[in-house]
Design a protein around this ligand. Structure first.
Ligand SMILES: Cc1cc2nc3c(=O)[nH]c(=O)nc-3n(C[C@H](O)[C@H](O)[C@H](O)COP(=O)(O)OP(=O)(O)OC[C@H]3O[C@@H](n4cnc5c(N)ncnc54)[C@H](O)[C@@H]3O)c2cc1C
Length: 278
């Protein structure tokens, strides 16, 4: 099935309850080829042009779920949502970025999905459409299963508030070259609310928000002045974020990577803050 519009796609989903939507296929076809999934039918979303662009709406950007990582990494998109462009630019090799989509990254909900901490920090929402209409759900609720994608629904759009302030995505893949994240950090400044929002990816099944660390560091920033903090504050912020997001399993830990992971998250968070405030 190759619907040419969102309406057609929603109708096709309702008429073929066993059909599985496929966008770039980079996750889905891997699962099919590995014998992990045997869909009764595939619903290709590649011809649904409404899902491939973006538009402005009430101070936010409404992004089509079919935007590819390559498209989001381009300069015009980077000027709009820099952290999402940075995340998209680090996804896999170019062949994957050219076809892999924002919607597929969200629905796959892999812990190391690079767009996920960015969307969590930006407090993005998604529009899910089905035969009964459309509903808006916070990305964090979708990912935690508080408000999951229902049978027959498609993820159509991602709504991202435009903050017009520095925002950063940093990722450690544990090696050089393209790699899935071992840890990632997205940090955004929200000057209108005098807030710092931060999300840590890949260290847990869903992105984690270190809310106390966010509040503490926001209180250290001179919002009306130069918006800087001294290096000691940045260092302490990194450690605060790491201790909030990577559990301390103690020196007897059977998980020897914990200390290294904490260090990695601490460095990423410190650098992310430094880059956002520079
Ligand atoms: C070699 C390789 C390297 C990779 N490296 C990275 C990496 O570094 N970082 C990273 O984040 N990811 C990585 N990925 C994973 C992958 O590329 C991304 O998750 C990609 O964004 C998935 O998008 P897609 O369009 O290919 O999804 P698909 O494979 O088409 O679909 C994935 C899932 O989402 C569902 N789906 C897709 N679109 C919709 C929609 N609009 N509505 C409802 N359901 C939908 C499908 O049914 C399926 O369950 C890598 C993959 C490969 C193969």
């Amino acid at each position: 099935m190759l619907p040419a519009s969102l309406d057609e796609a929603v109708r096709a989903m309702a008429e073929s309850p066993g059909a599985v939507p496929v966008a770039g296929g980079t996750d889905l076809m891997g699962a099919v080829n590995a014998g992990l999934l045997r869909p009764m039918a595939l619903l290709g979303l590649g011809r649904v042009t409404e899902l491939r662009g973006w538009q402005y709406q009430d101070g936010a950007a409404l992004l089509g779920a079919g935007l590819t990582h390559s498209r989001m990494a381009r300069p015009d998109f980077a000027a709009l949502i820099p952290a999402l462009a940075e995340a998209a630019a680090t996804v896999g090799p170019p062949q994957v970025r050219n076809v892999g989509t924002l919607g597929g990254n969200i629905v796959s909900a892999h812990p190391s999905g690079d767009t996920l901490p960015v969307l969590a920090a930006l407090e993005a929402t998604v529009t899910l459409v089905g035969a009964d209409g459309a509903r808006e759900v916070a990305v964090s609720h979708l990912l935690t299963g508080l408000d999951p994608l229902r049978s027959g629904e498609l993820l159509a759009f991602v709504r991202v508030p435009l903050l017009h302030a520095p925002q950063v995505f940093l990722k450690s893949g544990g090696r050089t070259g393209p790699a899935r994240a071992v840890a990632s950090v997205s940090l955004v400044l929200d000057p209108a609310r005098r807030a710092v929002r931060c999300a840590v990816g890949a260290v847990a099944p869903v992105p984690l928000r270190p809310l106390e660390a966010e509040q503490w560091v926001a209180g250290c920033i001179d919002w009306d002045g130069e918006r800087t903090v001294d290096p000691g504050v940045a260092q302490a912020f990194g450690e605060y974020v790491a201790s909030a997001c990577v559990p301390d399993t103690g020196s007897e830990s059977p998980v020897p990577t914990t200390a290294r992971l904490r260090r990695t998250v601490s460095v990423l968070a410190r650098r992310a803050l430094g880059r956002a405030l520079k």
